[in-house]
Ligand binder design. Structure first.
Ligand code: FES
Ligand code: FES
Length: 366
């Protein structure tokens, strides 16, 4: 496949990468810009060693395709020299013996800085949850947690924090490469969490789509991995199965549904747990049906908060593509149901399988 140029800003400087569609951002930064502080461990989004900032938000560089970063502002561990929070974290990591081989440290520091700025001083349990997406194989977490706590002590949240870039570099940035404005806040579960919105096209008229969206058993039949056990008034109980590589989880729980037939919108708020991984999830899914050329469109807003063993999948950047694939599967199942066919039986949401599907679709669409 022919490489193509991608223009972006890296650590405040304009840069052009020459990449194939399959090249992930970490490889491009390491091999073309010699920014080897972005480490690669698992290369499947689990260990957090490759964490950096894209447009001010922590992301896995092994899951971000370089071609998707056109116009973005990327900050690697090498780009925080003028950042006082990062300087304080570096000192604290040293003082609290929070690193040994140092392999996890760049990603850990980028995540820690985000936590300190976004949340300020927080209880230790919450801090451990926030750091759960960054794995350290040698130091253990006592020193790391102590170091981050020392820097966060007495701080208030600073949600709009972006990395400091030296003034000369900032002025040299092309306008289009400036950090993107913060997105409008979306509904998220109480107590913090993540949210994202996706739109999915359905090749069927709005009346037919609403007939399914307002009928909970039929709606559940279209959702990959979902099983609805009982509907009593506006209360539902059921489960969602998830397969994360070797990890199998089934979140069983209950929720409340609200449907607005006039607005053709609905909302489900619920919570559940998986005994196997000791994880708990709470969340809200809101859907809005809209007419569209050639059929309908459903806008889905998902807000969630995970605790326990699967907390590393809390970050929106990590799950956005997965949710997009789930939405596509949902649309296909819904179209099949409207056409009188039977949707396939509920299967676990296989994240790694979905990631392969995402990769394959990206490879073949170019
Ligand atoms: S290398 Fe492990 S998350 Fe990217
Ligand atoms: S210090 Fe070695 S992996 Fe964390």
């Amino acid at each position: 496949m022919r490489p193509r140029p991608v223009a972006l800003t890296v650590n405040g400087d304009p840069a052009t990468l020459l990449v194939e569609p399959r090249t992930h951002l970490a490889d491009a930064l390491r091999e073309q810009l010699n920014l080897t502080g972005t480490h690669l461990g698992c290369e499947q989004g689990v260990c957090g060693a490759c964490t950096l900032l894209i447009d001010g938000k922590p992301q896995r560089a092994c899951l971000a395709f370089a071609v998707d970063c056109e116009g973005s502002a990327v900050t690697t561990i090498e780009g925080f020299d003028a950042d006082p929070t990062m300087a304080a974290l570096r000192e604290a990591f040293s003082a609290h013996h929070a690193l040994q081989c140092g392999f996890c440290t760049p990603g850990m520091l980028v995540t820690a800085r985000d936590v300190v700025l976004r949340l300020g001083e927080i209880p230790e349990a919450r801090l451990r949850e926030e750091l759960a997406g960054n794995l350290c194989r040698c130091t253990g977490y006592v020193g790391i947690v102590a170091a981050v706590q020392a820097v966060a002590a007495g701080r208030a949240p600073q949600p709009a924090a972006v990395p400091l870039v030296p003034e000369a570099r900032r002025m040299a940035q092309p306008e289009a490469a400036a950090p993107a404005a913060a997105p409008a806040p979306r509904p998220a579960p109480s107590g913090g969490g993540n949210s994202l919105t996706e739109r999915v096209a359905i090749a069927a008229p709005p009346d037919a789509v609403w007939a399914v969206l307002s009928d909970l058993p039929r709606l559940a039949a279209c959702l990959p991995g979902a099983v609805l056990d009982r509907v009593e008034g506006d209360r539902v109980t059921g489960s969602v199965a998830v397969a994360l590589g070797p990890i199998r989880a089934r979140f069983a729980g209950s929720g409340e549904v609200a449907l607005d037939a006039a607005a053709r919108a609905g909302r489900l708020r619920g919570q559940g747990g998986d005994a196997g991984t000791g994880s708990r999830a709470e969340g809200e899914i809101a859907w809005q049906l809209l007419p569209a050329p050639g059929g309908s469109e459903v806008e889905v807003t998902l807000g969630w908060r995970l605790t326990g063993g699967l907390a590393q999948f809390n970050r929106a950047g990590l799950v956005r593509d997965v949710v997009r694939r789930v939405a596509q599967d949902f649309a296909r199942n819904l179209e099949a149901l409207i056409a009188g066919e039977t949707p396939p039986p509920a299967r676990p949401i296989g994240v790694l399988a979905l990631l392969w599907g995402i990769l394959r679709s990206r490879l073949f669409r170019r």
